[in-house]
Design a protein around this ligand. Structure first.
Ligand SMILES: N[C@@H](CCC[C@H](N)C(=O)O)C(=O)O
Length: 276
């Protein structure tokens, strides 16, 4: 059987997107790993799957798989591509789309200029959400990794993030510590490791070593987590422009209990089909 898919990206964070509303397929972790391979497969950071919703008050169920085949809770750049995909494929005519994910409900708005704003829901800092936090909730934690002492912020955007402030995002910290932080035993579900350089109250640079992938050109949930961490530390003020290797995202957050709004582009690359 041939399965139709679309290749998309959000600031270079790239995706294979499959409609399982009008098509049927059983996906295995092994198959996803093969498809994600950049030499022998299609090549992508995440596989995004569009399914009918479980909850009748939402429009779709959005499932996300990392390149290593693991299913994860949330993907911000993917959410913007998801919005463009369901419109392009005429799976909905709505401009405001309600979506369920295993990280919680999110709302997608496609703007006239083609950019997409995603209401990612409120960030969470509680121990159950970010397993690192075995102690009391705090803005920053002392953390030892690969023999180095760091101060980090732990933020859940549905998926777990560990944000480290650095003087220069290109000073080698990601290369040295990214994989060690991702797999550190204090994060039993592993973690996305962000390295943020604050430029001024409204701007920061960010690189992210993503769980289950490695460094990506951009990470939407990572940008939200970094902006929230910076605002909580009094270093940033909403709205914040987060500058990633693949381009810029605008992040808005009014404070505790409030949703994070992320705005940026979503780009279609090509249509394909693959035998399953
Ligand atoms: N690239 C994504 C995040 C994808 C999931 C992440 N690697 C995880 O394991 O939680 C984004 O744009 O948010």
């Amino acid at each position: 059987m041939l399965l139709r898919f679309t290749k998309m990206h959000g600031l270079g964070n790239d995706f294979m997107v499959i409609d399982l509303v009008t098509q049927h397929a059983q996906l295995s972790a092994k198959q996803i790993r093969q498809w994600s391979d950049r030499h022998t497969g299609i090549g992508f950071d995440q596989l995004l799957v569009v399914e009918p919703p479980n909850d009748p008050d939402t429009d779709f169920r959005y499932r996300i798989y990392n390149a290593d085949g693991s299913e994860v809770e949330q993907c911000g750049n993917g959410a913007r591509c998801f919005a463009r995909f369901v419109q392009d494929k005429r799976l909905t005519a709505k401009k405001v789309i309600h979506v369920e994910t295993s990280g919680g409900p999110i709302t997608l708005r496609v703007r006239r200029d083609g950019q997409v704003t995603v209401d990612m829901g409120a960030p969470r800092f509680a121990p159950a959400e970010v397993p690192f936090i075995a102690e009391q909730e705090a803005d920053q934690y002392a953390f030892e990794v690969a023999g180095e002492q760091l101060m980090v912020s732990a933020v859940s955007m549905g998926n777990p993030h560990c944000v480290t402030l650095v003087d220069d995002i290109n000073n080698g910290t990601l290369e040295r510590l990214g994989a060690h932080i991702e797999a550190h035993p204090r994060f039993p579900r592993k973690v996305n490791a962000g390295f943020m350089q604050v430029i001024d109250h409204g701007h920061a640079r960010l690189r992210v070593f993503e769980r289950g992938v490695g460094e990506t050109q951009a990470c939407g949930t990572g940008a939200c987590a970094a902006a929230v961490a910076g605002i909580r530390l009094g270093l940033l003020r909403s709205p914040v422009q987060i500058q990633l290797p693949g381009g810029n995202l605008q992040i808005e957050w009014a404070g505790p209990g409030q949703p994070v709004l992320m705005t940026g582009p979503a780009t279609r690359v090509y249509e394909g089909q693959i035998r399953v």
